[in-house]
Every structure is written in structure tokens, then in C-alpha cells.
Design a protein around this ligand. Structure first.
Ligand code: C2E
Ligand code: MG
Ligand code: MG
Ligand code: MG
Length: 288
């Protein structure tokens, strides 16, 4: 009887696993279809200079709205796209779409506003990545100086000298480099210095930690000190409170991004927001 019960639970376990696999295969099947059916789109979240309230950039973030209207967050489908290799085509599409939008911003008089694009480790390992990057920039007509690539800290540090060389080549084309989710990985400070990056994005977890009554924010403060010593600009992600913005500015952090300033917006809303913000109406952001 014990054996039977055991067999029963193994069968149940197998059923559970195969259901999970079936779920993944389905999602992957749907993701391939979604890519073909234009269900993927970008939203744009402003990046603000804390001292002035000026918008100096935007981060392009990927969204998937399924045929039946369900919004699937990138954390759910990007890992799957990475494992299947589909991220190569999706990532190239993101890059092209972001360059296009940046070129359009320049035409509307916002050529000084940067566009930040998240790039997956799988894309960086692709031998054709630099070629695809150059083509996306040329085809869109955008100035390379307007584009910034975001590399997570673990990818930037985990890929050894190859990454230092690749970053050098990307910078030689004229793009900026930001290290995303900074503080969550393990940085080699000498490698960071050799990489010559433009910006460190302090991870949201450390911004979250900045509470009322001047509490918290120790790690954010340390990262700000590091950026200052290395001459790397700092941007805080996930600022939700005015007090966090004020504390970060006092710590020497130059830029911020988060719901306190604006949520990520679809392209139409982003274009209107940027026009209005540049016209001065956005200056209230900081004072509120
Ligand atoms: P990330 O690059 O660190 O992006 C920041 C995330 O924080 C975004 O989530 C953004 O919507 C969210 N966020 C911004 N401000 C706030 C705030 O004030 N409070 C809170 N709670 N959240 C805030 P999202 O859009 O869900 O993206 C999650 C992650 O998915 C990104 O993290 C990035 O790693 C990845 N991702 C998104 N788009 C792409 C893409 O096009 N390519 C690749 N490879 N990865 C992407
Ligand atoms: Mg990012
Ligand atoms: Mg980030
Ligand atoms: Mg993050």
C-alpha cells in the first residue's frame, strides 16, 4: 500500500510538472504569435534631473497585451524569450522601435532627451549584436548620442573582459551605457572603472528603503559616494515619494525615475507628456 501511495504521488508530481511544461510551451507558442500579431509594444517612462525637474531621458519598457486584453508583465515572458532564443528577434525589434521613437523626439525638438533601452545578456552574446545595433541606428536616422543601453550589473560584471571590450565598442559608436539594478550584483570596482560607463542606476530596492524621518538609504548613499568618486552619473529608479527624491538629491544623485514623476506611458501619451513638460508645465513635478 505504501508503494501504491508513493506511485500515486509520483504520478501526481509528474502531472504537475507536465502541466507546468505545457503552460510554458503554450506561453511560448502564444509569445511567438504575439510577436507576429503586433501584441508587443513599448511604453516610455521619463527620467528627471532632480535639481531642475527637467526631463533628460526616457526608458523604453516592453509590454505584451494578449488578444483577449490581458497585460503580461515583462518579468513573466522575458525569461521565457531568453531561454527560447526568441529574445534575439524581440530585442532587435525593441531596439529599432526605441531608435525610431528617439528620432521622432528629435524631430519634435527633443533631440537632447535620451532614450534608454534594456538589453538582454543573450543579445550581448550574439555575434551579430553590434551589426544589428548599427543597422537600427542608421535605419532610424537617430543620433547615436541619443541612445543609451542598459546592462544589468550581474551581466556587466559576470561576462568578464569580453564585456569590457564590447562596452568599449558600443561607446565608440557614440552610445551611452548605464548599469541597471546597481547594488544587487557583485561589482568589481576595477572592472567598473575600466568599463567607462556613463550612469549607474541604483536599484529600486534601495530607494524603497528610504523612509520617513531620515531613516534608511544607507546603500543608496554608498552608491552615490561611489559614483561621485568614479565620476559616474547616478540615477535612482523607483522613486515613489517626494521625500525620496529630496534625500537622493542631497546624497548627490543627479537623476531620478519613478511613479513620483510619471508612470511608463504608451507612445501617444509620452509624446504629449514630453511636449507639455518641455513647455514648462512639468516644472511643478518637483515642487509638488
Ligand atoms: P528594469 O529595467 O529595472 O525596469 C524598471 C521597472 O520598474 C519597470 O518594470 C518599471 O515599470 C518599474 N517602475 C518604475 N518606476 C517605479 C516605481 O516608482 N515603483 C515601482 N514599484 N515600480 C516602478 P517593468 O516595466 O515591469 O519591467 C521589469 C523588468 O523587465 C525591467 O526591469 C527589465 O529588466 C525587464 N524589461 C523590460 N523591458 C525590457 C526590454 O525591452 N528588454 C529586456 N531585455 N528587458 C526588459
Ligand atoms: Mg532598465
Ligand atoms: Mg532597473
Ligand atoms: Mg530594477
Amino acid at each position: 500500500r505504501a508503494k501504491q501511495a508513493e506511485r500515486g504521488s509520483v504520478a501526481r508530481y509528474n502531472r504537475g510538472v507536465s502541466e507546468e511544461i505545457r503552460g510554458r510551451v503554450n506561453l511560448l507558442h502564444n509569445l511567438r504569435g504575439a510577436f507576429g500579431a503586433n501584441e508587443l509594444f513599448l511604453v516610455f517612462q521619463p527620467q528627471i534631473e532632480l535639481a531642475t525637474g527637467r526631463c533628460v531621458g526616457a526608458e523604453a519598457l516592453l509590454r505584451w497585451r494578449t488578444g483577449d486584453g490581458m497585460l503580461i508583465p515583462p518579468d513573466h515572458f522575458i525569461p521565457l524569450a531568453e531561454r527560447s532564443g526568441l529574445i534575439l528577434s524581440i530585442g532587435e525589434w525593441v531596439l529599432r522601435r526605441a531608435c525610431e521613437e528617439a528620432a521622432r523626439m528629435a524631430q519634435a525638438g527633443h533631440g537632447a532627451v535620451r532614450m534608454a533601452v534594456n538589453v538582454s545578456v543573450i543579445q550581448f552574446r550574439d555575434p551579430h549584436f553590434l551589426g544589428r545595433l548599427r543597422a537600427a541606428i542608421e535605419d532610424s536616422g537617430v543620433a547615436p548620442q541619443q541612445i543609451e543601453l542598459e546592462i544589468t550589473e550581474s551581466v556587466a560584471m559576470g561576462e568578464g573582459d569580453r564585456m569590457i571590450e564590447l562596452v568599449g565598442r558600443i561607446k565608440a559608436i557614440g552610445l551611452d551605457i548605464a548599469i541597471d539594478d546597481f547594488g544587487t550584483g557583485f561589482s568589481s570596482l576595477s572592472q567598473l572603472q575600466r568599463m567607462n560607463v556613463d550612469r549607474l542606476k541604483i536599484d529600486r530596492a534601495f530607494i524603497n528603503d528610504i523612509g520617513g524621518a531620515g531613516k534608511g538609504g544607507e546603500i543608496a548613499g554608498l552608491v552615490c559616494g561611489l559614483g561621485d568618486r568614479l565620476g559616474i552619473e547616478l540615477i535612482a529608479e523607483g522613486i515613489e515619494l517626494g521625500e525620496q527624491a529630496a534625500r537622493l538629491q542631497a546624497m548627490g544623485c543627479q537623476l531620478g525615475q519613478g511613479y513620483h514623476f510619471a508612470r511608463p506611458m504608451p507612445a501617444d501619451d509620452w509624446r504629449i507628456w514630453l511636449d507639455e513638460h518641455a513647455a514648462g508645465r512639468g516644472a511643478r513635478l518637483i515642487l509638488d
